[in-house]
Design a protein around this ligand. Structure first.
Ligand SMILES: [Zn+2]
Length: 256
């Protein structure tokens, strides 16, 4: 296999380990995929026999499959029911190179409680602030997205956003790279956790977003070049999580 495709598979396995290690992916539920450039196919972490869970994802678990759920198994690995989330997003959003669908706990509770994720903190994490300022859409249904029709409904609720909460279900994130999608998902889950904790601390009172003057100040900083620094921040943060995986469960095993 082409070395760049092999690198992509390795990165999906690694991103899955990172997301599982941080509680953003569960034991076996949820999936990370990447478009195979120039094709109508993707790589996706699938579940197979002798499965030990997403924290233990290896390169061999990342299989090549089409955008449509036409088969139930690929190379002996099970194709997930919610594959249409990935396939239909790749069709509808050409900028999506990577798709994550996950069931992170705090995002789940926030949607059940009807709590909006708003720009409630600033310098603590300016990267997610700029994202929260744009508003984070919520798909109001809790159904399994197991058909192109339901995926279309979900994609319509997502609008032109790169992420969407799903009520009583979880979260879907798209982006240009495995790194960007992984790190955005981790930050969204942190925003959901802080939103829940702060709401609890105020006895259930709705949280006020930051004052407009602070939002304006951050909008100015973003315009002045925070974006340029973002790639470095992402690189360092990604490296941090890769090292944590290497030091704990270990890096994904290569394909046999
Ligand atoms: Zn799901």
């Amino acid at each position: 296999m082409d070395e760049s495709l092999q690198t992509l598979r390795r990165k999906i396995a690694l991103g899955t380990r990172i997301l599982a290690s941080q509680g953003c992916l569960g034991d076996i539920l949820g999936h990370l995929s990447a478009r195979i450039p120039g094709t109508d196919e993707m790589f996706m972490r699938l579940l197979g026999d002798e499965e030990k869970g997403l924290l233990y994802s290896d390169v061999r678990h990342v299989r090549r499959l089409g955008f449509d759920r036409t088969v139930e198994q690929v190379d002996g690995y099970r194709v997930p029911l919610e594959l249409p989330i990935h396939g239909e997003l790749y069709k509808a959003r050409p900028e999506a190179q990577v798709v994550l669908h996950a069931h992170p706990y705090h995002c789940l509770i926030a949607t059940i409680a009807g709590l909006e994720l708003r720009p409630i903190y600033g310098s603590y994490d300016p990267l997610i602030l700029s994202r929260a300022m744009q508003g984070i859409p919520v798909y109001p249904r809790s159904v399994l997205i197991d058909s192109p029709e339901l995926a279309a409904e979900f994609i319509s609720a997502m609008g032109d956003s790169d992420c969407c909460l799903m009520r009583g279900h979880g979260l879907t994130v798209i982006g240009p790279t495995v790194e960007a999608v992984t790190l955005l998902a981790l930050r969204l889950e942190m925003l959901a956790k802080i939103t829940l904790d702060a709401t609890r601390a105020t006895g259930g009172r709705a949280l006020e977003p930051l004052p407009q003057a602070d939002l304006d100040a951050f909008a100015f900083v973003v315009k002045q070049g925070l974006q340029a620094a973002v790639s470095k921040v992402y690189e360092w943060t990604w490296n941090h999580y890769v090292q944590r995986i290497a030091d704990t469960v270990g890096l994904p095993a290569e394909d046999e």
